[in-house]
Write a protein that binds this ligand. Structure first.
Ligand SMILES: Nc1ncnc2c1ncn2[C@@H]1O[C@H](COP(=O)(O)OP(=O)(O)OP(=O)(O)O)[C@@H](O)[C@H]1O
Length: 305
């Protein structure tokens, strides 16, 4: 799967939004990649380009050496998008059998049911299932065509903790077969736990690309926090090393490239009440990356999807 300089703009001149603003991304076969970003970052639009639901205004998208439309039509790509409910008054098995029948080389129905973890309620009607169960049925629908690549747009939104765990178990079982998974999420932990690689998207651009560890490392920042004790927050961003300032209630949280220099200056200013220094969390790395967005692309890999 290769995005080359892909651009997608919505709206008319003057009021347009560059939802995808020059994405370059290559995904290898067998990788599980998380597209991580805030609301409106451009994840769903990137996915719509990948599935051929939208055409890029500029640049190109290729999937398994074909156009996205050709790849989808050949049953090579399965998708689970944010909206869309399966039809209601049929059993899970009937639905999967129907969907499978529309593909040239479908997955055996029992296998799709097992892999998605829906076999135990295969004979129940869709309208009798819980939200979590329906989400896994949607996953079974995405698997029915026996795709090599599956694309999941925020697949666990609205699932509880158990639902999430069950869903990711199924997804990993599919990935272990050598298949490729691309999913979008707002959740850093989910990306870190379930993806080999995290691509951070912000304002339509890739701002980081690597493992959870490497993203934490790339941000490379420490966190210094202290009680403001009613003092004003102006100028904290000018302290040595400080890249990002967050204030929550009466506590300031500084993301710093040089925690020693930051702490020395805070001490000089007498701002040491409740002072804490900690290494960057993935959450903090994400904030740093998306607030100093420097575009980055990755197109140097060999075996692509
Ligand atoms: N069909 C559309 N018409 C106009 N603007 C759009 C359209 N689709 C998306 N946008 C805009 O493009 C930007 C990116 O939206 P997109 O849905 O791709 O983000 P996202 O990262 O998937 O967000 P979320 O996590 O909320 O789903 C947003 O500013 C959004 O308002």
């Amino acid at each position: 799967m290769v995005f080359t300089g892909a651009v997608k703009t919505f709206g008319r001149a003057g009021q347009s939004v560059r939802a995808v603003d020059g994405i370059g991304l290559t995904v290898q076969r067998g990788e599980t990649v998380a597209l991580l970003g805030r609301n409106g970052a451009g994840k769903s639009t990137a996915i719509s380009l990948l599935l051929g639901l939208n055409e890029p205004d500029d640049g190109s998208v290729r999937v398994l050496d074909r156009s996205p439309e050709q790849a989808v039509r050949a049953g090579l790509v399965g998708a689970m998008l944010q909206d869309g409910r399966p039809i209601q008054r049929v059993t899970v098995r009937e639905l999967i059998a129907f969907v499978a029948s529309t593909y040239p080389h479908p997955m055996p129905i029992t296998e799709a049911l097992d892999l998605a973890g829906v076999a135990e309620y295969a004979n129940r009607r869709i309208d009798k299932l819980s939200g979590g169960q329906i989400q896994r049925v949607r996953f079974a629908v995405a698997l029915a065509g026996n795709p090599e690549l599956i694309v999941l747009d925020e697949p666990t939104a609205a699932l509880d903790v158990d639902g999430r765990r069950a869903f990711w178990d199924s997804m990993r079982a599919y990935a272990r077969r050598g298949n490729t998974v691309i999913f979008s999420t707002h959740y850093l932990e989910e990306a870190d736990e379930n993806a080999d690689r995290i691509v951070v998207i912000d304002r339509g651009r890739i701002v980081a690309d690597g493992s959870g560890e490497s993203i934490k490392g790339a941000a490379g920042r420490h966190l210094v926090s202290f009680d403001l004790a009613g003092l004003p927050t102006e100028g904290l961003d000018l302290l040595p090393g400080v890249a990002v300032v967050e204030v929550t209630g009466d506590r300031a949280l500084l993301h710093t490239d040089d925690s020693d220099a930051t702490v020395v200056e805070l001490a000089r200013l007498g701002l040491i009440r409740g002072l804490q220094v900690s290494p960057a969390t993935l959450e903090a790395a994400f904030l740093s990356l998306t607030s100093t967005a420097a575009p980055e692309s990755r197109t140097d890999r060999k075996e692509t999807v």
